[in-house]
Write a protein that binds this ligand. Structure first.
Ligand SMILES: Cc1cc2nc3c(=O)[nH]c(=O)nc-3n(C[C@H](O)[C@H](O)[C@H](O)COP(=O)(O)O)c2cc1C
Length: 327
């Protein structure tokens, strides 16, 4: 059986794979376009950048691909409204929003006829999103990299929450968190998901905008190196254990001397998240924070997006059509 296509609003992606938006500046034009060129949906990460840089990236991605290009932006960032409005003006194909809930964004996207896809972590959020007009929802479980939403039951596995979300809403449900190989895609689709969102595997691709040191740290990581840290956003976040992640444990604002640009609507100010993510992205692994998913230890190579798709599709087909051997 070959992979089914993914329908969100009026869009059809040939391959039901969304490349997760990854801030700061990890999933930009080149990665989003490469994913879109393979028939998936490429997302440019808008959190932590200003509208002109976002517009530049949308235009660059459009030059590289005729496929589906969207943006991902965290509701928690102060520039949220400006970034969404800028993307809409550029005629973006869809908008994915995480780390919070914005009723306004549903309205703006409905007016612009741009599909709006919130990231949720439990049934209540999924139902509310559907009621407000979401074109699909992305269910992110505890295995995911980056900020994690916490439902009533605390952090839960993608595989435990997924059936409950599918039962709660009738819009397409995309599974995210811990999707690494084609077998995981087969499992999610067999459970009733319409598609998957993958972050970590694409973060460690040739086209990812992270420094080679960042990618190599991920390739060298062992499963036990993945930790949960407290983010100034007020949510737990999944990251790689490094010197900075260890320092977060006993950090207070006096120890952190970064210039505050008030990038978040609300910030706990225990450290600057944008600065920490950007430093790591540029290769300063001592003073930066590396967001990554729980299964990063299983990624052993930095590959081009084309090859990642080839392998995912082959693995999916193998999972759905196991070879029968006799004797
Ligand atoms: C480096 C990194 C940065 C991320 N940044 C964001 C972000 O800016 N916004 C967001 O909604 N999700 C973000 N995520 C989550 C991904 O979009 C995706 O949902 C998640 O990584 C899926 O889990 P996986 O890594 O196991 O595939 C990030 C994840 C990683 C690894």
């Amino acid at each position: 059986m070959s992979l089914p296509s993914l329908h969100i609003g009026g869009l059809t992606a040939k391959v039901p794979i969304i490349q997760g938006g990854m801030a700061v500046r990890i999933s930009m034009a080149k990665l989003a376009a490469a994913v879109a060129n393979e028939g998936g949906i490429g997302l440019i990460a808008a959190s932590g950048i200003k509208p002109p840089e976002l517009i530049e990236n949308i235009q660059a991605a459009r030059k590289m691909s005729d496929g589906i290009i969207g943006i991902n932006v965290m509701v928690a960032v102060r520039e949220f409204a400006n970034l969404v409005q800028a993307a809409i003006k550029e005629g973006i194909d869809l908008i994915v929003a995480g780390a919070g809930f914005s009723r306004d964004a549903f309205k703006w996207c409905a007016e612009a006829k741009a599909p709006f896809v919130p990231i949720i972590s439990e049934e209540r959020g999924a139902k509310m999103a559907e009621r407000l007009g979401a074109s699909a929802v992305i269910l992110e479980g505890k295995e995911a990299g980056g900020h994690l939403g916490t439902g009533k039951r605390g952090l839960e596995s993608t595989w435990d929450v997924l059936p409950r979300i599918i039962g709660a809403v009738s819009v397409p449900v995309i599974a995210a968190g811990g999707i690494l190989v084609g077998k995981d895609i087969a499992k999610a689709l067999d459970m009733g998901a319409s598609g998957v969102q993958i972050g970590s595997r694409f973060a460690v691709s040739d086209e990812s905008n992270a420094a080679i040191e960042w990618k190599q740290a991920c390739v060298d990581a062992k499963p036990e190196d993945v930790v949960l840290v407290e983010s100034p956003v007020g949510m737990p976040a999944r990251a790689l254990s490094n010197e900075f992640a260890k320092r977060i444990e006993d950090m207070n604002s006096e120890k952190v001397k970064t210039r505050c640009v008030r990038c978040l609507k609300e910030c706990k100010k225990n450290y600057c998240i944008i600065d920490a993510l950007e430093k790591a992205r540029q290769g300063d692994l001592k003073n930066g924070l590396i967001f990554c998913g729980e299964r990063i230890g299983e990624i052993k190579e930095i590959l081009p997006v084309k090859e990642i798709f080839k392998r995912l599709i082959k693995e999916y087909e193998l999972a759905e059509n196991p070879v029968i051997t006799y004797g």
